[in-house]
Design a protein around this ligand. Structure first.
Ligand code: FAD
Length: 305
């Protein structure tokens, strides 16, 4: 099989992967980036308002597309396919993409982000169950719909804010007493009279055989309530995207990749950046910074070899 060789393989085309590609190219590294969506999970983000330089915000898709074009203009190669497996043989990383093409490189950066977890109490085959408010929210436009978001972090807040533009009412259901989001999101949520905040409330089931009909919730005191809804958006919990990594590395208990101060994992030459890393702050800005730093450390690592 005809294998293509690069200095660096990057898995993931989100903010971390694209920033890594840009910085790697500026270091003169032959760089290939795997993934199928420019901007990674940013397509789910209606308006990015906490990245400096965009005082009125920018749509996630637009930000992702610009970052993609910038890395491409610097000469990074994008086969537009995900890596199905990443292995290590003797001195080189070997990647196999979803079209079964193979690639090798002496260094790799994992920037595969994380995915929302399915809530086990919600059947996926029900109509009206969603993960992405930007993609699926418009389905409810002008219908006087009542929607629910399950979760309590800034991503759940973003979903509620996005959906408040298309729905008559949006319930934000959070199990904990306090939301886990910067204060600005809480005040924005409160500015929307059609967003109803439900703290210390647990979703215990969904009623409906083909289509979501109602949310069944219980308070901490055990008071059960049934709320008629047309759709539910899941934003409660995440898992790192590490399924394609066939190299044993140290992880935190929840599966996120542990790195040293140079963003290298326990496997020499294998770096991690962005949300897939065991980080203390998940977000676009920190993912970009991780990508830039990882590329810099890859260049130093390759020079020392
Ligand atoms: C609804 C929503 C709202 C948000 N709002 C904000 C916000 O306001 N501000 C903020 O800073 N952050 C926000 N975030 C979080 C932000 O989007 C992430 O922190 C950021 O995108 C992480 O970047 P990343 O590059 O690490 O990962 P990602 O953006 O997740 O990109 C990783 C990509 O790699 C892909 N991938 C997975 N496996 C493979 C493989 N084997 N091969 C190749 N590619 C693979 C994934 O499918 C994904 O496309 C929001 C997220 C969501 C979902």
């Amino acid at each position: 099989m005809n294998m293509k060789h690069y200095d660096l393989m990057i898995m993931g085309m989100g903010p971390a992967g694209l920033s890594a590609a840009l910085y790697a190219r500026r270091q003169g590294l032959d760089t290939i980036v795997f993934g199928d969506i420019p901007g990674g999970i940013l397509y789910m983000l209606d308006n990015l308002t906490d990245f400096p330089g965009f005082p009125d915000g920018i749509s996630g898709t637009q930000f992702g597309m610009l970052a993609f074009q910038q890395a491409q203009a610097q000469g990074a190669v994008f086969p537009m396919a995900k890596l199905e497996k990443l292995r290590f043989n003797d001195t080189l990383f070997t990647g196999t993409d979803t079209d079964e093409r193979q690639y090798t490189a002496p260094a790799a950066i994992i920037a595969t982000g994380r995915s929302p977890k399915k809530i086990s109490k919600i059947k996926d085959n029900l109509k009206g169950v969603h993960f992405c408010s930007v993609c699926d929210g418009p389905l409810y436009r002008n219908q006087g719909a009542v929607l629910a978001v399950i979760g309590g972090d800034k991503i759940a807040a973003q979903h509620a804010l996005t959906l408040s533009k298309v729905a008559a009412k949006v319930y934000l259901v959070c199990r904990d007493r306090a939301f886990e989001m910067p204060a600005i999101y809480e005040s924005q949520l409160k500015e929307h009279p059609n967003i109803i905040l439900m703290r210390e409330t647990e979703m215990i089931g969904i009623k409906g055989s083909d289509q979501v009909e109602a949310l069944i919730v219980t308070t901490k005191e055990g008071d059960k309530q049934e709320i008629a809804i047309d759709g539910v958006f899941q934003a409660a919990g995440w898992r790192p995207n590490t399924q394609a990594l066939e190299i044993p590395v140290e992880t935190a208990s929840d599966g996120y990749l542990k790195t040293d101060k140079n963003l290298m994992t326990a496997h020499t030459g294998l770096f991690a950046a962005g949300d897939v890393r065991d980080t203390d702050m998940f977000g676009v800005l920190t993912a970009c910074a991780d990508g830039a730093r990882a590329a810099q450390y890859v260049a130093e690592f390759l020079q020392q070899r």
